[in-house]
Each structure stands twice: as C-alpha cells, then as structure tokens.
Ligand binder design. Sequence first.
Ligand SMILES: Nc1ncnc2c1ncn2[C@@H]1O[C@H](COP(=O)(O)OP(=O)(O)OP(=O)(O)O)[C@@H](O)[C@H]1O
Ligand SMILES: [Mg+2]
Length: 243
Amino acid sequence: MEKTEQNYEDFISTVSHELRTPLTSIRGFSQTMLQSWDKIDDESKKKFLKIIEEQSNRLISLVENMLSVTKLQSAKDNFVYKETNLKPLIEQTISIVKNQYKTHKFELNFNKSVPPIFTDKDKFQQIMTNLIENAAKYSNDNTTVYITVSLTDSAQHVSLKVTDTGVGIDEKDYEKIFTKFSRIDSPLTRKVQGSGLGLYITKNIVEKMNGCISVKSENKTTTFEVLLPIGNVEDYARAKCSQ
Ligand SMILES: Nc1ncnc2c1ncn2[C@@H]1O[C@H](COP(=O)(O)OP(=O)(O)OP(=O)(O)O)[C@@H](O)[C@H]1O
Ligand SMILES: [Mg+2]
C-alpha cells in the first residue's frame, strides 16, 4: 500500500475508534433510561444525563479538531494577517478557559515592550486556547497557570510562555505529544477527555506562521513556549526554539 493511503487508513481507523467510544456510551445510557425509566431514581437519571452531556461535548470537540486538521492540510485554509494587539486577545482566551476551570488561577504577565504583531487573530486564539486549556486540564484544581508574553532578545519575535505545575511531561515524550492522536497515559490524563489533536494542530499553525514551539518540563513544572515573528511573516526567518 502507498504511504499516503496507509496514513489515510490509519487516520480513518483511529477516528472511527475515537468516535465509537463516546457514541457507544451515549447509546448505552439513553437505552438504559428509555427501557427502565420508572425503575431508575432521579439521582441516577441525573448522573446518566451528565455522562451523555459530557460525551456529546467530547464528540463536538473531536469533530471540531478533525475539521481543523483537514483544513490545515488543504490549501483552502488561508491565514489573514493583520496588525493585532495581543493583550486583549489573550485576556479573552483566559476568561473563556477560566469559565471551564473555575478553581484554577490564571496570571498574565504581559511585557509592555511587546508591540502589536502581524498575525491571524483566529489562529492566534486557537494556539493560546489549546495551550492554556492544556495547562489547566493537566494540573490540579486550585493551582495557577502563568502566561508570560515578552519580546525575544533580537526583538524580532514575540515569546508566549504558558506554565503549569501539573502532571509534568517526560523528556522522552517531548516529540510524541505533538503528533496526531497522541496522549500520555497517566491517572489524570485518563480522567480528563481529549482527542490528542490539540498540540498537533497548534504546532501546525505555529509553523505555518513561521514560528516554533517547544516544551520543557522539570519537577512537574511544564512550560510551553511559542515564538512568532512580530512583522510580516515572509520577511522573517523561521524562529528557532532552543530546546
Ligand atoms: N501542560 C501539560 N502538562 C502535562 N501533559 C500535557 C500538557 N499538555 C499536553 N500534555 C500531554 O500531551 C498530550 C497531547 O496533548 P493535546 O493537547 O494534543 O491533546 P489532548 O489535550 O489530549 O486532547 P485535545 O485534542 O482535546 O487537545 C495530552 O494528552 C497530555 O498527555
Ligand atoms: Mg489539548
């Protein structure tokens, strides 16, 4: 079989599996409720409905992520670069994630030297949402997620750092986590939902913007850093991340 064909088959079989799991659980809990409605107490009904809601959300986010992957692979996905003030965008992203992770604290440290940059607003939001969401998702309640925005020494790139003190990532997994459908097994990862596409999409977007992304995790303190050119993408060499 040709390589692209094999990739396609792998993709379809992974996707089918990812779709089947939540669908099976939605069907199972709806059937149980329909067949035994009078026998089930209110508390259990609520629990079953909660599972159905969670699994539907999981399906929606999976479908949205897969759409992003397909769009990124096709030429249709145009980036629209405009001069953009990052601070309000990041603040907005934080408040969206905060709404989902209510007990987490989020601390934004936005260096005043950072000018408006030429970027695609929606894609930039997607990068920040994925990283901030992961930081909250893979750390315990009541911990703090730090977001630091500054200029690099050369003043050609903006550095976006998202730090958490959560489960941490083994150095051997640094590359793996950026590939399609990859998740690192841990008690916490098993508890939280995810398709393993977020970082793959993020890396793809960052590189299309001529930027780079890297990760460093020590003593369970994990920092993802993204470097993006501040000016017209074509005028800048691809950013190099040190790690
Ligand atoms: N901040 C983090 N701390 C620890 N592990 C992380 C962190 N961010 C990502 N990971 C690990 O990398 C894996 C891949 O992350 P990615 O965002 O691609 O997928 P996901 O969060 O599982 O699902 P989704 O597609 O919904 O984003 C995660 O499953 C997790 O194991
Ligand atoms: Mg994620």
